[in-house]
Design a binder for this molecule. Structure first.
Ligand SMILES: Cc1cc2nc3c(=O)[nH]c(=O)nc-3n(C[C@H](O)[C@H](O)[C@H](O)COP(=O)(O)OP(=O)(O)OC[C@H]3O[C@@H](n4cnc5c(N)ncnc54)[C@H](O)[C@@H]3O)c2cc1C
Ligand code: SF4
Length: 489
């Protein structure tokens, strides 16, 4: 008799990663090719098809997780792909990069190991591309309306794809030389190989979306002129204003924002230059910060063969398991080892120091950065504890302190007459409208620094709002409202 309860008999198994020593020698994705398919069917079968699937409600996209788990377990991959693509424009990105709040909320995670939802998603997405099931969907008939989208990160791309498919002539304006936003120039190739992004962009072009790169709206094209020349405008410019660290020595040569460092590494991967001008090669590196960006700097510095890498995180080390204040199904703050941290043992990485307050940067005799000073952070206010200061040698310091919001001095803001909130994001109502006629805001620019899955959900919901504005009604899905937030207590 078939096993009716594989969630009891089958342990959770994630797809295998390549050996860390091999990984740090190249820039390819960290996972072992072909490792997913042999395990994923059995893993999908662990899904209990819950009557109240919390995985589904924890996903901003409303991914139909139990449905595609069942279809994969039954071997009906094409139907699974159709259900996956019904709610997510870019599952090949979220399947690789999402921190998977759906898995934290999986009912199996209450007292055991969640279904490997993200792996199942990725297996379906990759198979859909291989088999030609994720093909261009040009509109059946043009609407006669024109939409401009400013910014080509996941929010702008999702909005543009939905609007083009709905029949609106959509042009994406991007100030960088290539589209993709942080998918292109933030996230390193060992987490997202860029041919996957190019493939999706080719699909969007085949559907009719136009891209105009190297155009900074507000500087190269006045934003109000752009608005006047189209029927609606979506601002999806991200939250790219990095937080700074105003401590002595901050302006020394050798101290850089992380995003510039990651952009250069991605440019080398694109073939724009042979060596990054900010390469870590042979240098002692200190990364200040504890999030995704810091981990990406770590993996990049290891691959550039840094002499040593030390990561200073001002937060205390999180607990290994959910703390009392973070019960299921919230996405808990627990200790996580990224693939970059896993690689530390295979390369010359120094310690990951928690509760470390950076107090200053010191110059050497040549006037360049020579050391970073830090102290233990007081638990109450994260201030440096007296008498605990020490220094670590550094020729390159990378500031990965998160992002405050859209760049505050962008000319686009005044040209369009956009309002801003105290936290720096653009003001908008619950349906993504700014109050300026026909102007909408999507993604990190409205939400603040967030995740790809939220950016895609924002892009889809904003497209629905634009379509309603243009036609008086819409059939496009709107998975979230602008005020929706991650499940927290
Ligand atoms: C290093 C790093 C790693 C990350 N890793 C992950 C991860 O693993 N998983 C995850 O879920 N999230 C991750 N994130 C967060 C995620 O990348 C963002 O939340 C997401 O990209 C936001 O999408 P967006 O479209 O709103 O903005 P962005 O991706 O920032 O795109 C905005 C675009 O607008 C363009 N632009 C700005 N102003 C103008 C203008 N005036 N004219 C024309 N173009 C303009 C910018 O050049 C940019 O291309 C990471 C972020 C960073 C920095
Ligand atoms: S919560 Fe977990 S077990 Fe339940 S339907 Fe979702 S993935 Fe399946």
């Amino acid at each position: 008799m078939a096993d009716r309860m594989p969630f009891l008999s089958t342990p959770r198994e994630e797809r295998a990663r390549r050996d860390a020593r091999e990984r740090v020698g190249d820039w390819r994705e960290v996972y072992r090719p072909g490792a997913l398919l042999p395990v994923v069917g059995g893993q999908a079968a662990r899904c209990m098809d819950c009557g109240l699937p919390f995985c589904h409600s924890a996903c901003p996209l409303g991914n139909l997780v139990p449905e595609w788990n069942r279809l994969v377990a039954d071997g009906d991959w094409q139907a699974a792909a159709a259900r996956l693509l019904a709610t997510n424009n870019f599952p090949e990105f979220t399947g690789r990069l999402c921190p998977a709040p759906c898995e934290s909320a999986c009912v199996l995670a209450i007292d055991g190991a969640a279904v490997t939802i993200k792996n199942v998603e990725l297996a379906i997405a990759d198979r859909a591309w291989e088999r030609g099931w994720d093909r261009p969907q040009p509109p059946e008939r043009p609407s006669g309306r024109r939409v401009a989208v400013v910014g080509s990160g996941p929010a702008g791309l999702a909005a543009a794809q939905q609007l083009t498919r709905a029949g609106h002539a959509t042009t994406v304006y991007e100030r960088a030389d290539r589209p993709g936003g942080l998918l292109r120039y933030g996230i390193p190739p060992f987490r997202l190989e860029k041919h996957r992004l190019d493939r999706r962009l080719d699909q969007m072009r085949a559907e009719g979306t136009l891209f105009r790169c190297g155009v900074c709206v507000g500087r190269d094209v006045p934003a109000d002129e752009l608005r006047a020349g189209c029927d609606a405008l979506v601002v999806a410019v991200g939250a790219t204003a990095g937080r700074d660290l105003p401590v002595p020595g901050r302006t020394l040569p050798g101290v850089h924002p992380a995003i510039g460092y990651l952009t250069w590494a991605n440019r080398v991967d694109e073939g724009d230059c042979a060596v990054s001008p900010l390469s870590a090669e042979g240098r002692h590196v200190v990364i200040v910060g504890g999030g995704d960006t810091a981990a990406d700097c770590l993996g990049t510095a290891l691959r550039q063969r840094a002499a040593s890498v030390t990561q200073l995180d001002i937060n205390p080390r999180p607990p290994a398991r959910r703390a009392g204040g973070q019960p299921w199904p919230v996405h808990p703050k627990v200790y996580r080892e990224t693939t970059s941290h896993e690689e530390c043992g295979a390369a010359a990485a120094g310690p990951r120091v928690f509760a470390a307050a950076t107090v200053g940067f010191e110059a050497g005799p040549d006037g360049r950065l020579a050391a970073v000073r830090f102290a233990e952070a007081e638990p109450a206010d994260r201030s440096p504890r007296a008498g605990t200061e020490r220094a670590v040698p550094a020729e390159l310091a990378l500031l990965a302190l998160g992002f405050a919001g859209p760049e505050p001095d962008q000319p686009l803001t005044a040209q369009l007459g956009l309002g801003t909130r105290p936290e720096g994001t653009f003001a908008r109502d619950d349906s993504f409208a700014t109050g300026v006629d026909g102007v909408f805001v999507a993604g990190d620019a409205g939400r603040g620094q967030s995740l790809i899955v939220w950016a895609v959900a924002e892009g889809r919901a904003t497209a629905a709002a634009v379509d309603r504005y243009l036609r008086g009604g819409t059939e496009l899905p709107a998975p979230i409202r602008a005020s929706a937030r991650t499940l927290t207590l």
